[in-house]
Write a new protein. Structure first.
Length: 579
């Protein structure tokens, strides 16, 4: 039996395949079927679902929209080969395909639901994982024959090679895939899952799943998992198909499970989680040497996972610190509140049009956040003046690009961000400041920010004037292309606007809609989906802060949640609770 499917074409999930069996949800929240770590993606962004006529994709009131090609859609019936674009990710819809995949993708369905069941586990062996870890490295006995020596050497070489692969990966999302791939090369598993324990809630986090199950949940034993985690034991079960813990009609026989192994992921004295693998339809598939190999891989895998977690925490702290600096400007310059975040989003949309990779996009994001950091050196009387500046005041304001660069120059890690600060007021014709650079002498980062910065300045409200209609602002960008603006960068912004990629970032875009609220932090209007009710939490699609939607006298408004900050983009894929 075949089924329609989505194939992820870009991003960290590139190559993943999701069969459309019922409804597939797509968004930034970890409870979505397809979890996208992208600030341009809403928490509940879109759904793909089946109806009587075929497969539909529906936008769920997302901030930045759902696209088929360059066309923004609310609902769309998919045809084979259609490419859905959500944020920076692209997914291809494919019609009926065989359930069994090609060799390149066989056994791997990271979307499969993992479900815990409890009860009698059949014949089980368990031993302290630390002891098993040591035995694999013991020298063979004097009585060992030549074949046993060759087998021992082969296992050690395999473990060494696998550890080299695992330890070379620093990106956490990719590390889980590498760990599971190495496990599958060493033991005859059909299915596997890496589960980490969420410290605060006590929930299991499904970090990575590799399974051939297409039309059913991937069932694992809560008793096995809990025993491995709580006692630090390596657990091996035999003949699990004889297990009677399931009632008639939903028995483990229907899952055809023959053997299972589960080992703890130990980092020093801390158990991070477990690795579970099983086989289907092969009696007694695992032997003692397999559990030894799994334990031997779990040890270095746990170290690599913890190191990657530490690195992610450091990177998040770094980003949070930079965002805090950007927020300091927002708090001082309340007449241009939200400007930082809108310019950043405009610039990132333009950078995506250029095809810049994720690493460069992160740089654009941080450069956009800090592009006006030099305003710290500008007097409050000038910065907060409600009217037009005098020539003398304007001259003092013009020092902020250099002051921003000076603030960053002593921090080597921030040097790549200096062009965003220093050159965003240069003009393509050489009439800008602070250096009067012209043409390609202006770094591309400055040329992009110059267009994004001006577009927001024209379309945003000020105490002394109303923002321009975006069509008028776009016409002005076109008019000044080749003079004030780099023609390429002007074209990038115009292209993004015409394709609907930046319209929702505009400060007043949704102000005339009934179900819309102004973000209390950045002033951008946010369209509310029909499903949002009073008391619900929502996220601003521009500054990405957490809000609580309130309703009073049939009027909606938003409250900034206490301690609200930039929503982390490093979230687990799925939470599982053990019954």
């Amino acid at each position: 039996m075949g089924t329609e499917r989505l194939v992820v074409l870009t991003g960290s999930l590139k190559g993943k395949v999701f069969d459309i069996l019922d409804t597939i949800s797509i968004g930034r929240n970890p409870d979505n079927t397809i979890h996208l770590d992208d600030l341009q993606v809403s928490r509940k962004h879109a759904v793909v679902q089946r109806d009587a006529k075929g497969i539909m994709v529906k936008d769920m009131g997302s901030g930045n929209g759902t696209y088929i090609g360059n066309r923004r859609i609310l609902e769309y019936r998919l045809s084979d080969g259609d490419v859905i674009r959500i944020g920076a990710q692209e997914l291809r819809f494919e019609g009926i395909h065989p359930a069994v995949e090609s060799d390149a993708g066989k056994d791997e369905k990271s979307h499969s639901g993992v479900r815990f069941e409890s009860g009698r586990e059949g014949r089980m062996e368990a031993a302290n994982a630390a002891n098993i870890y040591q035995t694999i490295f013991e020298a063979p006995q004097d009585s060992a024959n030549e074949q046993q020596l060759r087998d021992a050497q082969k296992r050690l070489r395999a473990v060494y090679s696998a550890n080299q692969v695992i330890s070379s990966e620093r990106v956490l999302s990719k590390l889980f895939a590498r760990v599971m791939d190495q496990i599958f090369t060493l033991v005859p598993a059909h299915n596997g899952v890496i589960l980490l324990k969420e410290k605060v809630s006590g929930d299991w986090v499904q970090e990575y799943v590799k399974t051939g199950s297409v039309d059913q949940d991937f069932i694992i034993s809560s008793s096995i998992v809990n025993r491995a985690y709580e006692k630090g034991e390596a657990v091996l079960t035999y003949d699990a198909a004889e297990d009677s813990r399931f009632e008639s009609g939903a028995s483990i026989i229907s899952q055809n499970i023959s053997s299972a192994m589960c080992v703890p992921l130990m980092y020093q004295d801390d158990c991070l989680g477990v690795v579970y693998v099983d086989t289907r339809g092969t009696t007694n598939a695992f032997v003692s040497s397999d559990i030894e190999l799994l334990v031997a891989l779990a040890g270095p895998a746990a170290i690599a996972i913890r190191n990657a977690q530490y690195l992610r925490e450091i990177e998040q702290s770094y980003e949070d610190s930079l965002i805090g600096l950007g927020r300091a400007i927002e708090l001082r310059d309340h007449y241009t509140v939200g400007h930082t975040w809108r310019v950043t989003n405009f610039a990132m949309a333009m950078a995506r049009e250029l095809g810049w990779d994720e690493e460069k996009l992160k740089e654009v994001q941080m450069g956009g956040v800090l592009h006006d950091i030099g305003k710290i050196a500008v007097d409050d009387a000038i910065l907060r003046k409600p009217g037009k500046l005098t020539d003398e005041e304007y001259a003092k304001m013009k020092v902020h690009p250099e002051r921003g660069a000076e603030l960053l120059q002593d921090i080597e890690h921030l040097h790549p961000l200096i062009p965003y600060c220093l050159y965003h007021h240069e003009r393509y014709d050489g009439k800008g400041y602070p250096y009067g650079l012209a043409g390609d002498d202006i770094p591309i980062e400055g040329r992009i920010l110059a267009v994004a910065d001006t577009f927001d300045a024209m379309t945003s409200n000020r105490p002394y004037r109303k923002g321009l209609d975006p069509e008028i602002a776009i016409a002005e960008i076109e008019k000044c292309s080749g003079a004030q603006f780099d023609p390429l960068c002007a074209e990038l912004l115009i292209r993004c606007y015409r394709a609907g990629k930046v319209d929702t970032i505009l400060q007043d875009y949704f102000s005339n809609e009934v179900r819309s609220v102004a973000c209390p932090f950045c002033t951008t209007f946010i369209r509310l989906p029909d499903t949002v009710a009073s008391g619900d939490e929502h996220a601003c699609h521009v500054c990405h802060r957490s809000l609580r939607i309130q309703e009073k006298n049939q009027t909606y408004f938003a409250e900034l949640l206490p301690h609200s900050g930039i929503i982390s983009t490093s979230r687990p894929t799925k939470l599982l609770r053990v019954d």
